[in-house]
Design a protein around this ligand. Structure first.
Ligand code: NDP
Length: 487
């Protein structure tokens, strides 16, 4: 098996196995080949991870922030040195083309480690003058944090959670998605090599039940999960018993609005990036593309021509633009939505079925698909599909499109293409979404906070905002006179 790790879990600085745990396999979605066989964590493994993380956190938090930052910076450098090898592993585990994983996965993880390395050295509180006496605040870690990942950006998600958590002096137990369990183990090895004390970053494997056991563990101080709304709700409910704070990065059905005055070629690029990168398996995708009626025909013509050029193929070939979906189950889910779109009366402009890719008869490939004539109430317009499926809508006025863009339970992201600078800012201010782009789509530099409004989540990852979610403020009142009591 080409990607078999030495053992399933990484605890207290070393690989750890417990064959009592249920066996599961990781498959290469382009071929169906088993690339690794692992065991889910047993209750004993979870206890071991919590104990190791508790010990590790005490040691780690005693270091000055600048020293913690040095470790994270070294880890970023190692990740960059191993980018090719990490990218190949991510391509095997997710099926995403190597052309993407080389630039978007471990690379963004390294950027994130670097960014929070710098912030680690700059964690600070306030001084509050009380006229003689004073108070100050300390920014303190939370303790042992749990990170739970989705399968679309495995090493990026692990890094986006680990970097701010560790920068603040916490320890982390990370549970990757059962579908993509491998790269988080590499991140753990890299962090150890960079000098992280043992126990500070641990990886335990398993499905939702392992995640649920971690969330309810009394030794846990914080949970951050990337996943679906249903999972987010379950995690929040379980965390409520311990009043455990949660960061939830959940799903979306985001609007991308194209006004008639926009640079149409740029808008088409935004729509393509926001629907077909990673075969559409991106939470912030702008899957509801609203195009002002007067340019709708021209926009769709350009779109069809560009989509026809997308090259599906061998994910390991650098010339391939789009690989398979992550699993057969995800492919079936997406194909069911393609059938549903036709049944609901949407017009199929291109795609609409599974794709045949020579040499990959068992691959989970789906054609990039565009529907027009989509009505707001259709299920393909309301539900997250998480595949290469774009819906195009017409609109006539700014007021109308804002109302329709906001008429969703989700609020993860939104985009606006226009050459009118005032309109761009005016519209974005009215969109109920956590992350917005003007004349761009799906760019998520680590400096910019990322997260959702409404049912798309709570809290923010990246940017200085993430520090708020992995630390707590302690207020200290200092009496400079003599303490007095009224009786
Ligand atoms: P899931 O919600 O199915 O799973 C997310 C993670 O939670 C997995 O590791 C899963 O384990 C685990 N899990 C499942 N049930 C529980 C539970 N009760 N308690 C604790 N953990 C649990 O999402 P997917 O992995 O299918 O990912 C796709 C979803 O993720 C989409 O909705 C997408 O929008 C969202 N997403 C959001 C992003 C964001 O930043 N906002 C980014 C990427 C994806 P396992 O899968 O191993 O069973």
């Amino acid at each position: 098996m080409p990607a078999q790790p030495p053992a399933s879990h990484f605890i207290d600085g070393v690989f750890h196995e417990d064959v009592e745990g249920a066996t599961f396999e990781s498959l290469y979605p382009a071929t169906g080949q088993v690339i690794a066989r692992l065991h889910a964590a047993t209750p004993a493994v979870i206890e071991m991870a919590v104990a190791a993380a508790t010990r590790g956190q005490a040691e780690w938090t005693a270091l000055p922030g600048a020293e913690r930052g040095k470790v994270l910076r070294r880890a970023a450098a190692i990740m960059r040195e191993r980018n090719r090898e990490l990218s190949e592993l991510e391509t095997l585990d997710t099926g995403k083309p190597i052309a993407e994983t080389l630039v978007a996965d471990a690379a963004s993880g390294a950027d994130c480690l670097d960014y929070f390395a710098a912030l680690a050295a700059d964690l600070r509180g306030d001084h509050i003058d009380l006229g003689g006496s004073f108070a100050y605040t300390r920014r303190e870690p939370l303790g042992v944090c749990v990170g739970i990942g989705a399968w679309n950006y495995p090493i990026q998600i692990a890094s986006w959670k680990a970097a701010p958590a560790l920068a603040c002096g916490n320890a982390m137990i990370f549970k990757p998605s059962e579908t993509t369990p491998l790269s988080a183990l590499r991140l753990a090895e890299i962090l150890m090599e960079a000098g992280l004390p043992k126990g500070v970053f641990n990886v335990v494997q398993g499905a939702g039940a392992v995640g649920a056991a971690l969330v309810s563990h009394p030794g846990i101080a914080k949970v951050s999960v990337t996943g679906s709304v249903a999972t987010g709700a379950r995690v929040m409910q379980a965390a409520s018993a311990g009043i455990t704070p949660v960061t939830l990065e959940l799903g979306g059905k985001s609007p991308l609005i194209v006004f008639a005055d926009a640079d149409l070629d740029a808008a088409v690029s935004g729509a393509i990036l926001g629907n077909f990168y990673s075969a559409g398996q991106i939470c912030s995708n702008g899957t509801r593309v609203f195009v002002e009626r007067s340019v709708r025909g021209a926009f769709v013509d350009k779109l069809r021509a560009r989509v026809a050029r997308i090259r599906l193929g061998d994910p390991m070939a650098e010339t391939t633009d789009m690989g398979p979906l992550v699993s057969r189950a995800q492919m079936e889910r997406v194909l069911a939505y393609l059938r549903l779109g036709r049944e609901e009366g949407a017009v199929l402009e291109c795609g609409g079925a599974a794709a045949e890719v020579p040499g990959f008869p068992n691959g989970c490939f789906v054609q990039p698909t565009v529907f027009t004539g989509v009505a707001d109430e259709m299920r393909i317009a309301r539900e997250e599909i998480f595949g290469p499926v774009m819906s195009v809508f017409d609109f006539d006025t700014e007021e109308e499109v804002i109302a329709r863009a906001n008429a969703t339970e989700f609020g993860l992201a939104a985009g606006v293409f226009t050459r009118d600078i005032q309109r761009g800012h005016r519209v974005v201010a009215k969109l109920k979404a956590g992350t917005c782009w003007i004349n761009a789509y799906n760019l998520t530099p680590v400096e910019m906070p990322f997260g959702g409004a409404k049912r798309s989540g709570i809290g923010r990852e990246n940017g200085r905002a993430a520090i708020e979610h992995y630390s707590q403020v302690k207020s200290v009142y200092v009496e400079m006179g003599k303490a007095e009591a009224p009786y």
